[in-house]
Design a protein around this ligand. Structure first.
Ligand code: FES
Length: 570
């Protein structure tokens, strides 16, 4: 292989340059042969104690290293910005693109021939994959794995229960003390959220795209087989470098279509839409919002996982994992795309067995014939908005009701529990200015809690519309990602309390019963909100972020700059 290795442009050099490149690395105790024609594999680590879902990644990296060494590679671990969904404010999504820049530049700037991406909590997966796509060297993903299922007073619990617990506390059905006990019971092991929330959706996304070894998505973080997968991924990346199997060889249009179909079958998060669009934008594959509806509308829900179903990621693994789900989709999926292990999609599920039909059904006997992502359009969302039908209430899929508009999240928090709020179960809750530019960062507040007075009446769902996102663990009849967002001057900014809202999911429409003339009049009176800040990353983000229907990437980050380093300062 010799000089074909990218890293040899550093470590293979003679004279002063080679001396500098090697000598400083040798202070870590590496013998000379490590630098001679060995694939140098970066382990891109999002370990952080501020990202609890990824707090076990140092250990996982050791397993990856073992595999790389066994295959004759030279492993080098490096940190990148880590985004912990639970702690980071105002929202981890604000920093997804920033983290992707860190990843991209770290990979390109260093003597790496291949990369292992250690991903876990929601945004750590798309940010790492996006950054790696903009470099496009051989890359494999190792996910951190889901937590073990939470156990609380005889029941299985997971992140989706937080919404129920919090409403039970608001209505007095649960005490604060009980809530504290539930906290400890839910997160009882290492790993990311145990339901089909965004982190699990992202882990399934990389597996269905072919970016990881089979079974990567579901092996629990605490299961010793997670470490085995990490070691095998370390072994495999060295082979991928020898085969020059790059991200662009795996991430074809067909691979993206497969990922959309698999996401429908598992009831994956709506956040999948934004992240997949952003990844496609980096690798240069044309993908459009309508593709999510087109390729998912005939896919039934075959994985019975919360929040669309009953079970947890741990159960999915024991039932056969994602390969068993993909086997059920054999009539739908493209069979030939190559995956990280060098085999095709079909090779990877051939011979796989489903061990529990309560968790993975056949397509003929699906848990829900409705699944996937629906894209609606209309006079308040000209560029589209999304809804996840498997998490919504069937009786609200065609609905007409008066809007109760909240101009921003503070307005919502201030008024939602006001007994005088003029709402009933037919009202439509509308939350503006929580889109990419408006918040900024597009937080997960779209499945806003219901008014207390309606909860007390036993109302469990209402139509809710926003330009924000929803946690992958959330549920309800919520229309999200309205584009253009209010802060970008879309008609969504013009809805007023009392307007009649008409949602018709079957016909893919969402409109308000307001004439074009009236909308035009309102538009004339509308004013662009003042910028939140004029400095730093947030200012850069607000000024360059695309709308959600394009993936909410920064305009100047789309595409790839390749792996070449054009200048050498030594
Ligand atoms: Fe990290 Fe849910 S908070 S995966």
């Amino acid at each position: 292989m010799g000089s074909t290795l990218r890293s040899q442009n550093w470590f293979g050099k003679e004279g002063k340059d080679g001396f500098i490149y090697r000598a400083w690395m040798k202070n870590q105790g590496f013998p000379d042969f490590e630098f001679r024609d060995r694939p140098v594999i970066g382990i891109c680590n999002t370990w952080s104690e501020l990202t609890p879902c990824n707090a076990h990644f140092r250990e996982l990296a050791e397993s990856v290293k073992r595999g790389i060494l066994q295959a004759g590679g030279f492993p080098v671990e490096f940190p990148v910005m880590s985004l912990g969904e639970t702690l980071i404010k105002p929202t981890a999504m604000l920093y997804r693109n920033l983290a992707s820049m860190d990843v991209e530049e770290s990979i390109r700037a260093n003597p790496l021939d291949g990369v292992v991406l250690l991903c876990g909590c929601d945004k750590t997966t798309p940010s790492l994959v996006m950054g790696a796509c903009s470099v496009n060297i051989p890359t494999i993903v190792v996910s951190g794995g889901p937590m073990l299922t939470g156990k609380f007073r005889g029941n299985d619990i997971g992140t989706s229960d937080i919404w129920r617990f919090s409403e039970d506390v608001r209505t007095g059905k649960m005490s604060q003390e009980e809530l504290g006990l539930a906290e400890a019971a839910m997160c009882r092991s290492r790993g990311h959220c145990a339901v089909m929330g965004t982190a699990s959706t992202m882990a399934c996304m990389v597996e269905s795209l072919g970016l990881s070894l089979p079974e990567n998505a579901s092996i629990p973080a605490a299961d010793s087989r997670r470490k085995v997968l990490a070691q095998l991924s370390g072994l495999r990346i060295v082979e991928m470098v020898k085969e020059n199997l790059k991200l662009s060889d795996i991430l074809t249009r067909e691979a993206f279509e497969n990922a959309i179909m698999v996401n429908a079958a598992i009831g994956g998060s709506t956040n999948f839409v934004i992240h997949l669009l952003a990844i496609a934008g980096r690798i240069g594959v044309p993908l459009h919002l309508n593709d999510f509806d087109t390729f998912s509308s005939n896919i039934p829900l075959v994985a019975n996982l919360q929040p669309s179903g009953k079970y947890f990621m741990e159960d999915l693994y024991y039932a056969g994992g994602l390969p068993a789900v993909m086997k059920e989709l054999a009539d739908f999926l493209h069979q030939k795309p190559v995956t990280a292990n060098g085999k095709t999609v079909k090779d990877n599920y051939t011979g796989v067995v489903c061990y529990d039909r309560n968790i993975i059904s056949t397509t003929e006997n699906a848990f829900n014939p409705i699944s996937g992502i629906v894209v609606v359009k209309g006079n308040i969302c000209e560029d589209g908005a999304v809804l996840k039908p498997s998490a919504a209430s069937p009786h609200l899929m065609k609905h007409k009701g008066k809007a109760m508009v909240f101009e921003n999240i503070e307005d919502y928090k201030h008024r939602i529990d006001d007994p005088a709020l003029d709402v009933d179960e037919n009202s439509v809750l509308v939350l503006k200015n929580v889109g990419p530019k408006g918040y900024p960062g597009m937080p997960e507040v779209g499945n806003m809690g219901l008014p207390k007075k309606l909860l007390e009446k036993g109302v469990t769902d209402m139509v809710r519309i926003s330009d924000g996102r929803m946690s992958g663990t959330g549920f309800g009849t919520v229309v999200l990602h309205v584009c253009p967002e209010a802060a970008a001057g879309g008609n969504f900014a013009l809805i007023q309390t009392g307007d009649m809202v008409m949602l018709d999911v079957a016909n893919r429409s969402l409109n308000i019963d307001v004439t074009d003339e009236e909308l035009h009049k309102r538009k004339q009176a509308w004013q662009l909100p003042a910028p939140v800040t004029n400095r730093g990353y947030v200012s850069l983000y607000v000024n360059t972020v695309e709308q959600a229907n394009l993936g909410a990437d920064l305009t100047f980050l789309k595409g790839s700059s390749g792996s070449e380093v054009t200048r050498d300062s030594h």
